[in-house]
Write a new protein. Structure first.
Length: 121
C-alpha cells in the first residue's frame, strides 16, 4: 500500500516498468507531459472561469484529472474532479477557490514527480 502524499507511488511504479518513447520509462514520458500540460490546462481553466465558460472549464478540469490520474497525482485528481463536479451542478462560485487549490496541488505534484524521476535514475 502506498503512503500518503501527493503521489500514488504504486501507479508511478507501474508506469516506470514500461518503456517510454524517449528511451526512458513511460513514467518519465508521462512526467514530461504533465509538466508541459499543467500550466496550459490551468491557464485554460482560469480563462474559462473568468469568462463564465463553464463547459470549457469542465472539459479542462477533466482533461487535467486524466493525466494526473495516469501519474497517481492524487490531490490534483481529487481537486480537478471536485471542480468538474461543481461546474456540472452549477456551483460555479467554487471555481476560483478550487482553481487556487489545484494550482498549489499541481506545483506539489510537479515537485514530487521530479523527485521521483531523480531518485529513479
Amino acid at each position: 500500500m502506498s503512503t500518503p502524499g501527493p503521489l500514488d507511488l504504486e501507479a508511478l511504479a507501474q508506469l516506470r516498468a514500461l518503456a517510454g518513447m524517449s528511451g526512458g520509462s513511460l513514467a518519465d514520458d508521462a512526467i514530461d507531459a504533465f509538466q508541459r500540460e499543467l500550466p496550459e490546462r490551468l491557464l485554460v481553466l482560469k480563462e474559462a472561469l473568468a469568462q463564465s465558460d463553464w463547459r470549457t472549464a469542465e472539459h479542462a478540469a477533466q482533461a487535467l484529472r486524466g493525466i494526473a490520474a495516469t501519474l497517481g497525482a492524487r490531490e490534483v485528481v481529487q481537486l480537478a474532479s471536485e471542480l468538474g463536479e461543481a461546474l456540472v451542478r452549477g456551483a460555479t462560485g467554487e471555481g476560483f477557490t478550487l482553481l487556487a487549490q489545484l494550482e498549489k496541488a499541481g506545483a506539489a505534484a510537479v515537485a514530487a514527480l521530479e523527485e521521483q524521476r531523480t531518485h529513479a535514475l
